[in-house]
Each structure stands twice: as structure tokens, then as C-alpha cells.
Design a protein around this ligand. Structure first.
Ligand SMILES: [Zn+2]
Length: 107
């Protein structure tokens, strides 16, 4: 594992990059969901595959919402407290709608 000593600056990723990251992620989710759905369509429905397909659909919805936020210019901002999310946060979860603190509070 490579480590860097530079502190993560609280800057937004350029939205063009964010958009391509999200678009790729969305395509991955759709592919994975298709695979999960194919798995769950066997004679005995596979509960794990069914729930995975459901989770992937929810993620696709979150990605769509993030893409919309890029269009609206609010991408990278927490939907709860309005704080700018760290680049680290957006790298770990590019479609995050809330900062870590808010997400933990609402969990
Ligand atoms: Zn927040």
C-alpha cells in the first residue's frame, strides 16, 4: 500500500473528472446488476443475488443524483449541513450525498 504524507486538501474534484468517474461507476453497477439479476433468475431464486441487485439499483440511483448535482453545481457539497466534502471523501464515495459526520448522525 502506498502512502502519501500530504494532507488531503478540501477541494472539489474537477466536475468533468467526477462525471467520468460516476459514469464509469454507473456502467459497472449496471453490469453487476445484470449479472446479479441473471443469477437470481435461476429456478430457485437466489436471495443473495436478489438483494445484491437491489443494492446496486439503489447505488445507480445515488449516482444519478450525484450526476444531477454536478449539473446543478452543488456536487461535493453535503446535502445536510452544506459543508464542502473532502476530496478524500469523494474519492472513496464519489456519489456521496452527505459528509461523513452527517451520514454517521443519520445512520
Ligand atoms: Zn454534513
Amino acid at each position: 500500500m502506498s502512502t502519501t504524507l500530504t494532507a488531503a486538501p478540501a477541494v472539489t474534484l474537477p466536475s468533468a473528472d467526477s462525471r467520468s468517474v460516476l459514469t464509469e461507476l454507473r456502467a459497472d453497477c449496471i453490469r453487476e446488476r445484470a449479472a446479479a439479476l441473471a443469477e437470481s433468475a435461476t429456478s430457485v431464486p437466489d436471495a443473495v443475488a436478489v438483494s445484491r441487485a437491489g443494492r446496486l439499483l439503489a447505488t445507480i440511483g445515488e449516482i444519478d443524483a450525484a450526476l444531477l448535482r454536478i449539473d446543478e453545481g452543488s456536487y461535493g457539497r453535503c446535502g445536510h449541513c452544506g459543508a464542502q466534502m473532502s476530496a478524500e471523501r469523494l474519492e472513496a464515495r464519489p456519489f456521496a450525498a452527505a459528509c461523513v459526520a452527517c451520514e454517521e448522525r443519520t445512520r
